[in-house]
Design a protein around this ligand. Structure first.
Ligand SMILES: *[C@@H]1O[C@H](CO)[C@@H](O)[C@H](O)[C@H]1NC(C)=O
Ligand SMILES: *[C@@H]1O[C@H](CO)[C@@H](O)[C@H](O)[C@H]1NC(C)=O
Ligand SMILES: [Zn+2]
Ligand SMILES: [Zn+2]
Length: 597
């Protein structure tokens, strides 16, 4: 088999996985060629020399439906598996994928190289070590948003203990304390003001990139709204401001410490970034921090090795060991033990409150190791179930911290669904969920499965330090001392545009809003938030508020604005906690439409 051919197919797999933009007009041809090859073992003569130009035309996705994309992906993946089993080396696969990645200008050479190599190592390891690996398994994961037929894979469940959720006393708010929420620091040790804002690589403002030509196209001092991470001085500015002006008893840090230079990750570099950020927490704050692992922490990004993978170059063990060691002073021995299994733990910082930290990055559909897994990764949800049952018996209230929200197509349905079952079963024990990853100020409402009008839990998301179209921010929750309910929260931010205009001036942090005031609610209980959503369908100025707060009033987002389509999307997102369940989304959008006329 010609090497170009082969590289092209590797590319197809990569492209299907990421953007699906460059598949090209030759879609039908490729599908035919692959079917023919897989059936006959002979590469058809009419496809000996694919020209990159024919593949580079921008692809009209509407012309191809999801089942066709799934079919192509299945064929490509089956082809890869066969070739590998016939002895193609990972060096050769990497070299060919690199050739195509650069010829098609998907990324430049160093980015292609840095991204492809570690991923190819994982795939070849799995093909070599797993009899059951198949195209439909690979595509069911990689293209999970397209709902490809997974042939029954990824359908695992966990045991949820019987019983009904206990009644709980109401919060009386006589005594309260605060919890600080920070997320997505994405610390960038190479951040360099003055570099070109648009650099042609996934992450800009890097010390080894071109300089900008003038102030308008150069990276600002504090960070940028796109393709930029967080320099140390911005992190320190935030920590200094928080530690000198705010009062709180604990810090919830919902992960993503490592930057977006995904082509340059390594165990050494990531370890150094994590150590540096942990040191800053210890330097500025004297309260316990409960950190969560983000999807950017492993090397390569998103990859959480399956249990039983011992090869040091592939295993994620180094990260678990590092976390247990770095976070040790805030944890018990039992917490360190579970971290070393899968990056999750629970602690009880004061009587009646249990903080449960999950490593739910394992649900990410770019966690290639899931291809091997047909079960609850690291036994984490089974463990969670046990912890919740114990907490219920002990009349504790539980706060769940995790990096990823559960409602997007990038979190595999099986994980989200089983997690949702636990949320419903233990709705009164769980008094708050806290997430990050989206870099935006958002919330999610979970509903009962038998009574779709009954909201049972709310997840609070945001507090990201990275700008990413939004202004940098953090959150401060007011917590009831008796019930550990979230009574209210404040969101703090600063205007990144203004601060970059004069870096010598002090950053002006301000309180953007507090939830109760902003939305006119009495409480932040699930029922109150559900009520707010119904009001939003009538009073669209409330959705406009939600939109502005989502981006913390950033200039880019305010300028872009939010039209009717965007308003309905926002409503839909809030109530989607399982990717392929749109029941509540439809319900709210229908209300929105009814109220319009
Ligand atoms: C997708 O397109 C193919 C070919 O045009 C067609 O045969 C198939 O029925 C379509 N599938 C769906 C689900 O629309
Ligand atoms: C942020 O600052 C810029 C520059 O001073 C200003 O033009 C803009 O209106 C400010 N944005 C907001 C939302 O206040
Ligand atoms: Zn992030
Ligand atoms: Zn993330």
């Amino acid at each position: 088999m010609e090497t170009k051919w082969f590289g092209f197919l590797v590319l197809c797999a990569c492209v299907c996985a990421s953007t699906s933009r460059y598949i090209g007009d030759g879609f039908q041809l490729i599908t035919n060629v692959l079917s023919e090859y897989l059936q006959t073992g002979i590469s058809p003569l009419y496809w000996q020399n694919p020209s990159p130009n024919t593949l580079q035309s921008d692809y009209d996705l509407k012309a191809v439906n999801d089942s066709q994309i799934c079919l192509l992906c299945d064929l490509v993946a089956d082809f890869l598996i066969i070739e590998r089993k016939l002895g193609v080396s990972d060096v050769q696969i990497s070299a060919e994928a690199h050739y195509i990645c650069t010829v098609l200008e998907i990324e430049n050479s160093r980015v292609c190289n840095g991204v492809i190599k570690p991923v190819v190592e994982i795939f070849t390891y799995m093909i070599d070590n797993d009899e059951d690996i198949s195209g439909s398994r690979i595509c069911g994961l990689v293209l999970s948003e397209k709902n490809c037929d997974t042939k029954g894979n990824y359908q695992w469940t966990i045991d949820v203990p019987p019983g009904i959720t206990i009644e709980k006393p109401k919060a009386d708010a006589t005594k309260t304390f605060n919890i600080l929420h920070i997320s997505d620091i994405h610390y960038d040790p190479r951040y360099t003001p003055g570099k070109a804002k648009q650099c042609g690589e996934p992450l800009c403002c890097q010390d080894d990139q071109e300089d900008g030509t003038d102030a308008s196209d150069s990276c600002g001092y504090w960070s940028e709204y796109s393709s930029a991470d967080v320099p140390l001085h911005t992190l320190q500015e935030a920590f200094n401001h928080i530690s000198t002006t705010q009062e709180f008893d604990y810090i919830y840090y919902t992960g993503d410490t490592v930057n977006h230079r995904v082509w340059g990750t390594s165990i050494e570099a990531n370890s150094l970034d994590i150590t540096t950020v942990t040191e800053q927490f210890k330097k500025y704050f004297d309260v316990p921090v409960y950190p969560v692992l983000g999807n950017h922490e492993p090397h390569p990004v998103n990859a959480w090795s399956s249990e039983g993978v011992v090869d040091a170059a592939l295993s994620t063990r180094w990260l678990f060991d590092l976390a247990a060691e770095q976070w040790g002073e805030w944890l018990t021995d039992e917490a360190k033990r579970t971290i070393s299994i899968g990056g999750y733990y629970s602690v009880s910082p004061r009587k009646g409150l249990r903080v449960v930290v999950l490593n739910n990055n394992v649900c990410y559909n770019e966690n290639w190791w899931l291809i091997k897994e047909n079960k609850d990764p690291y036994g984490q949800l089974a463990w969670l179930s046990g912890v919740l049952l114990e907490a219920e018996k002990a009349l504790e209230s539980v706060h769940i911290l995790m990096h990823m929200p559960t409602g997007t197509g990038s979190c595999m349905s099986s994980w989200s669904r089983e997690y949702g079952r636990l949320i419903r079963r233990f709705a009164n024990t769980i008094t708050g969920q806290f997430t990050g990853h989206s870099h935006k100020d958002e919330m999610w409402v979970y509903y009962d499965s038998s009574d779709p009008t009954l909201a049972v839990s709310v997840s609070w998301n945001g507090a990201s330090l990275i700008a990413d179209k939004a202004n940098p921010s953090y959150k401060l929750y007011q917590i009831d001392e008796g019930t550990f309910d979230v009574l209210d929260f404040e969101e703090w931010t600063f205007n990144l545009t203004r601060s970059n205009l004069d870096a010598a001036k002090n950053v002006e942090w301000y309180k953007l809003y507090s939830f109760k005031d902003a939305y006119g609610v009495d409480d932040l209980q699930p029922a109150d938030v559900d009520n707010l959503l119904t009001r939003m369908t009538k009073d669209h100025s409330l959705i406009q508020k939600y939109y502005n707060y989502k981006f913390r009033n950033s200039d880019v987002a305010v300028k872009e604005g939010c039209d009717e389509h965007c308003e309905k999307d926002l409503l839909c997102n809030i109530v989607t906690t399982l990717h392929d369940d749109d029941e509540h989304c439809k319900r709210l959008q229908q209300l929105y439409d009814e109220n319009k006329t």
